[in-house]
Design a protein around this ligand. Structure first.
Ligand SMILES: [Zn+2]
Length: 342
């Protein structure tokens, strides 16, 4: 099959489009013919080696996949070749202490499609049958590919971890990112008020169109000061943080007492410093989260079908132009998701 893969770490120039080993649908697994695959920040960490693929190189990135079922392995029931599917990207063992507690995203043997296994920058991808959900007809392959990581992570962060409630205030970092554009919509759906940051003025209108009430260009403004002003000196109830470094530290200053910071990524740096006086004296919660459950993905699909949440796709590139697509995301030009289409 054709895939866009890399044999060594580096920038977008390391991505090669060409022939790649064909995946096999062994017992309990299926092959999905990829119709759309979204790019993510984690792809960039895998590519440049900050998060080296656990199975080594060469590697195919791509954790958000929609497509049609191609081949079904032994023992798989309830799935029919040809049907439209969306792939839940998390793998878990089902038997460890944390799986038994129902917390599969912290499984001792946890893995991601496109990280721990080859992903969707390819014509075919191998996934456990249990990870395939039917993609409802009203949801396009392109729109569906914007959901499994970006929307699910933001949903779990805001609804399950921060327990966001109507009327609360939320600061969402980086409205232009996949998780940012999803988090703004989800917070609005819950009935919360949203402020957000952007890195360029041309993203301000985009952020407003998603439902953000107040938008700050973090290159020219101070989001901590803006958060104080916007909340009448109170601070926000929740911050969705996925940048790391100084942004993480400053995000805690934007919180009100008893506020919650949900950490869902480290797109700039894995490291961050905290002034612990703020954490204990304001009784802050700093909560980590990754992905969510298959049930939550189904809930998100229901909201998309009903038009209450909208996948945000900036643009789609043909798979052979994956290198250009990756550079587009590295340059932070995107407003929402960028896709590759085999
Ligand atoms: Zn487990």
């Amino acid at each position: 099959m054709k895939a866009a893969y890399f044999k060594e770490h580096g920038g977008s120039d390391k991505i090669v489009h060409g022939d790649y080993r064909d995946p096999v649908a062994d017992a309990g697994h299926v092959l999905v013919r990829v119709r759309a695959c979204a790019l993510n920040q984690v792809d960039m960490l895998l590519l440049d080696g900050r998060f080296p693929p656990p199975e080594g190189l060469p590697h195919v990135n791509g954790c958000e996949v929609t497509g049609t079922l191609d081949t079904v392995g032994a023992g798989v029931t309830g799935l029919t070749p040809g049907q439209r599917v969306i792939v839940f990207p998390g793998f878990s063992c089902g038997t460890c202490e944390f799986c038994l507690r129902g917390e599969r995203t912290v499984c001792l043997r946890y893995g991601y499609l496109g990280a721990h296994k080859d992903g969707g920058y390819a014509e075919l991808v191998r996934v456990p049958a249990a990870n395939c959900l039917p993609l409802p007809d009203p949801v396009s392959f392109e729109g569906g590919a914007a959901l499994p990581l970006a929307f699910l992570t933001s949903w779990h962060a805001l609804v399950a971890k921060a327990e966001l409630r109507p009327g609360q205030t939320v600061l969402v970092q980086a409205a232009g990112s996949g998780v940012g554009s999803a988090a703004i919509q989800i917070a609005r759906l819950v009935g919360a008020r949203v402020m957000t940051t952007v890195g360029s003025d041309d993203k301000i209108e985009f952020a407003r169109s998603l439902g953000a009430e107040h938008v700050v260009n973090y290159r020219t403004g101070d989001f901590v000061e803006e958060a104080r002003t916007w909340t009448n000196k109170r601070g926000v109830d929740v911050v969705v943080e996925h940048i790391g470094g100084e942004t993480l530290e400053r995000s805690t200053y934007a919180l009100t007492r008893l506020g919650t910071l949900v950490s869902i990524g480290s797109h700039d740096t894995h490291w961050g410093r905290l002034d612990l006086r703020h954490v204990y004296s304001k009784n802050l919660k700093i909560v980590g989260t990754n992905l969510g459950s298959i049930l939550e993905l189904r809930t998100i699909l229901d909201h998309v079908v009903e038009g209450r949440l909208k996948p945000v796709v900036d643009r789609a590139f043909p798979l052979e132009d994956a290198r250009t697509a990756v550079q587009y995301v590295l340059d932070r030009k995107n407003k929402g998701k960028v896709l590759v289409i085999p």
